[in-house]
Design a protein around this ligand. Sequence first.
Ligand code: HSE
Length: 322
Amino acid sequence: MIRNEGVRVKVPASTANLGPGFDTLGMALPIYSWIEMKESECTQFHLYGDQMNGLSKDKSNLVYQVAQLVFDEAGVSVPEIEISMYSDIPLTRGLGSSASAIIGGMVAANALIGSPLSNDKLFDMATNLEGHPDNVGASLFGGIITAVWDGTHADYIRLEPDNNLEVLVVIPEFQLSTSEARSVLPDQISREDAVYNISRSSLLVAALSQGRFELIGRAMSDRLHQPYRASLVPGMSRILEEAPNRGALGVALSGAGPTLLALVDRRNLRKTDLETYLLDTLREYGIEASARWLDPANDGVIISENIRFNSFLDMIKGEVEA
Ligand code: HSE
């Protein structure tokens, strides 16, 4: 039942919330992590690249832990595994690096033992760990997901991103932990703010599914988390207000931040101006950042076939240079 040659998976990054859809909406982005997993005589880790700094190389490692959750759930014992990891996803910037590690570890572990658990089951398990389904859902299923978590089970619908939808992410050099960015949120909000967000989040999902780009900007505004997080990302409030007049369809904090995300119509001719505006504005507030233009990732996690023909290191070299 165990695949002796091991398994390798490729997992996309993700952005969560898209403005009003706090803990609800997610979109997969084409920045990737790779995880390889094999049964072994003793547990060992091979961690490659800058984004692995600080990750533990013992059984407290998150990928090891989630693999064991999958084996337990499936009733299979695989106590010792060899794990290789490489990631291009920046850590603690609001691009779902921990969600990608959870999904990669779970999907690899499940594939290693012949895939007894469904993706829907893995989604429930991953959401239970993260506490919200937005990032893990996007990394697992790809595209755009809208999801509901009842504490045990996640219901979701995956939307196919419109072909003309492009994403600009501006990634500040500083890190912001999700726990810090959640600690500033109030426990209670007014009914008026609740209605403000429910209505916009619903409109955003409908606009994204029907390609109604003209509604995206107004639908992306939020009163549930971004106003409270503004002090953690200097320049953000100004950007949220001004970027729609500089060529963005809509703009939001990516997940818990500090990355900012603009949705753009790829036919727009002002893309360079928009990028310059975002970088210059952050710089005015003393923040250096890098910009990346991305298409939404239509695919979620992918299990590689035929991994015996190239080593993990050769694979990374090929993928990263490609
Ligand atoms: N929905 C989450 C938040 C995403 O905004 O806190 C970050 O993990």
